[in-house]
Design a protein around this ligand. Structure first.
Ligand code: SAH
Length: 325
């Protein structure tokens, strides 16, 4: 590598290398991998949202960053009964060839795209769990009266001058971060649902309000690692700035529902009722694991509070399940 590389370029390169590996999500504990109920609830949610859109025949069911395909496979068990036409028009947005192959084995008949912009123009139901957090971020550091932007060279940060960052102001030495890529995704999705109808449900982790702070993190084989370590060995993510993304969606004319804490959202959708119903038909060990998984998704000190759900939708849509108090 010649010369310092801007952080977002480094992160994009590192994640592309990481996700190209044979099983990048081995040992990961994302919500759909924790409980089948997560995907089932989102399938039921999509069916209700589709009805609220007027059940358009031509609507497409899309997922961004489907990982191992677990969420969509679980959602489709519900949707094949609730909205069979929609269940037959699955569109997956995935850049990793190895993950596409895994997805094909559990979601046969889907169509694949590299970018959300490539989805066909149609009323949209988009699901995206832990997708935005994987998109590359930029970071600027307050230095005196100005700002320096973080670049990466030889495994360390190098600071180069930058204009004021598009984020909150910060004190001396503090980091402000943002993702041009996440902003572009939300801007595109917002414009698309305004033009064609529909809704995009993003579930991810991040604070309620925009604030300075460095949230870049790396996970390697389930353990925290150095984000600037060898490229392709760790998964790099950052907090999602829900407030900034909601403002961008509204500026495109879309409505925004939430963000709502994941624990509240899933509990309103029936996480515990559905888990109990499933547990009732299982031997005690399996039943206990199902209820523990539900708690892990919903408890505030586990995944229930840091993770949030937000819907970017056509302004005519009524309050959707999970968002109405
Ligand atoms: N949603 C899954 C996986 C989350 S990991 C789950 O909850 O388990 C992030 C996913 O986004 C992976 O499938 C990864 O390959 C995909 N991804 C990351 N960057 C992407 C990009 N720029 N475009 C499309 N997909 C991307």
């Amino acid at each position: 590598m010649s010369g310092p590389e801007r952080l977002d370029h480094f992160m994009a390169r590192a994640n592309a290398a990481y996700y190209a590996g044979p099983d990048p999500l081995a040992g990961f504990t994302t919500a759909p991998e924790i409980s089948q109920v997560f995907g089932e609830l989102l399938g039921a949610w999509a069916a209700v949202a589709w009805q609220a859109m007027g059940a358009p025949e031509e609507a497409i069911l899309a997922e961004a960053g489907p990982g191992r395909g677990t969420l969509m496979a679980d959602a489709l068990r519900v949707l094949r009964r609730a909205a069979p036409g929609l269940a037959g028009r699955v569109q997956l947005v995935e850049t990793s060839p190895s993950l596409r192959a895994r997805q094909a084995s559990v979601v046969p008949g889907a169509a694949w795209h590299d970018r959300i912009e490539d989805l066909p123009p149609a009323p949209l139901l988009l699901l995206a769990n832990e997708f935005l957090d994987a998109l590359p971020i930029r970071q600027c550091v307050r230095r005196g009266a100005g700002w320096m932007e973080r670049h990466v060279a030889d495994g360390t940060f190098v600071e180069l001058p930058c204009p004021a960052p598009p984020g909150p102001d910060a004190a001396e030495g503090e980091v402000v971060e943002w993702s041009d890529a996440a902003r572009a995704v939300v801007r595109h999705v917002a414009a698309r649902v305004v033009a064609h109808g529909g809704v995009a449900l993003f579930i991810d982790y991040g604070p309620e309000h925009s604030a300075p702070g460095d949230s870049l993190q790396a996970v390697r084989a389930g353990e925290a690692a150095d984000p600037l370590g060898p490229v392709g060995e760790a998964d790099l993510t950052a907090h999602v700035d829900f407030a900034a993304l909601a403002a961008i969606a509204r500026a495109e004319g879309a409505a925004v529902q939430g963000p709502v804490a994941q624990g509240i959202f899933l509990t309103r959708l029936g996480l515990f009722e559905r888990s109990r119903a499933l547990a009732g038909r299982q031997p005690p060990a399996t039943a206990g694991a199902l209820m523990q998984a539900a708690q892990r998704l919903a408890e505030p000190h586990l995944m229930g509070r840091l993770f949030k759900a937000v819907a970017v939708c056509h302004p005519a849509l009524p309050p959707l399940p999970g968002f109405a108090a």
